[in-house]
Design a binder for this molecule. Structure first.
Ligand code: NDP
Length: 262
């Protein structure tokens, strides 16, 4: 799985093919969509038009909450695959645990079936809190390969990152830029000025050095290119810079709380 991919949340379907095409041209090979985003068709169109061999692409989509349950998951997956125009996805995620509905264990059994069929290469979850992860680990031999969670300098998710490390679960950061909310921070701005980089590049570099997978979203071609331009060997944050960003954690959620979203 590429450590840096392209997110398409809130991109209208008819603008998605253009955004994904810009991203593929800039060098991204991993795209993160979801059934609920309503843009799997646009993603699929851009992938097909790119001519990039399928085995060089990494495509993630997610099962929406209303479709949790064994049979409904299988149906929803078929629908996503048809919209994407693919015969498999590289990563399939349960989008939210919706704990009060108590369906995620059954849903995971359906994901196991899709993995056994070869139509899902890798199975993961999203927005799972420690208790939800533990329940899956206790009920199935299939360990989620990924937990995609809200994570950025203002919400650093230390407890989950430590639990992921114990179980070799990759931490994937959604809203890695906090939808822009951390980009004006003076600590980040000072580090950016020191390196001659943008605030977004500093935040993405911080994620990469922590070991997070990141999927920044942009519909702006210049930003799409800027966000992947973070692998220059000269561009490394020092331990002191990493620690100064660590101090910016203030438990800020920009999205819903996974314990109460049902
Ligand atoms: P991001 O943290 O990626 O921020 C996106 C916002 O930042 C957009 O407004 C974009 O503007 C702006 N932006 C992007 N790059 C730059 C830059 N270099 N400089 C300044 N501004 C910039 O937020 P998202 O919420 O989109 O999260 C990323 C992805 O994570 C989503 O697209 C989706 O794939 C996934 N996600 C998953 C969730 C889940 O529940 N599993 C929930 C939310 C997101 P513009 O586009 O106008 O350029």
């Amino acid at each position: 799985m590429p450590q840096l991919g392209f997110g398409v949340f809130q991109v209208p379907d008819d603008e998605t093919a253009a955004a994904v095409t810009h991203a593929l041209e800039a060098g991204y090979r991993s795209v993160d969509t979801a059934a609920i985003y309503g843009n799997e068709t646009g993603v699929g169109r851009a992938l097909a038009a790119s001519g990039i061999p399928r085995d060089e692409l990494f495509v993630t989509t997610k099962l929406w909450n209303a479709d949790q349950g064994y049979d409904s998951t299988l149906r929803a997956f078929d629908d996503s695959l048809a919209k994407l125009g693919l015969d498999h996805v590289d990563l399939y995620l349960i989008h939210w645990p919706t704990p009060a509905r108590d369906l995620y264990v059954d849903t995971w059994k359906a994901v196991e079936t899709l993995v056994a069929d070869g139509r899902v290469r890798t199975a993961g979850v999203s927005n799972f809190q420690p208790a939800h992860l533990q329940r899956l680990l206790d009920s199935s031999d299939l360990v989620p390969a990924v937990n995609q969670i809200e994570l950025h300098p203002a919400l650093q998710q230390r407890e989950l990152r430590e639990l992921h490390a114990v179980h070799s679960i990759a931490t994937e950061a959604w809203s890695p830029l906090a939808q822009g909310a951390v980009l004006a921070d003076p600590v980040i701005a000072a580090i950016a000025a020191r390196h001659g980089k943008s605030a977004a590049q500093v935040v993405l570099r911080w994620h990469l050095q922590l070991g997070n997978v990141v999927i920044p979203k942009s519909v702006t071609p210049g930003r799409i290119r800027e966000n992947i331009d973070v692998f220059d060997p000269e561009f490394v944050l020092s331990d002191a810079e990493m620690r100064s960003i660590e101090r910016l954690d203030r438990g800020l959620r920009t999205g819903p709380d996974p314990d109460t979203l049902n």
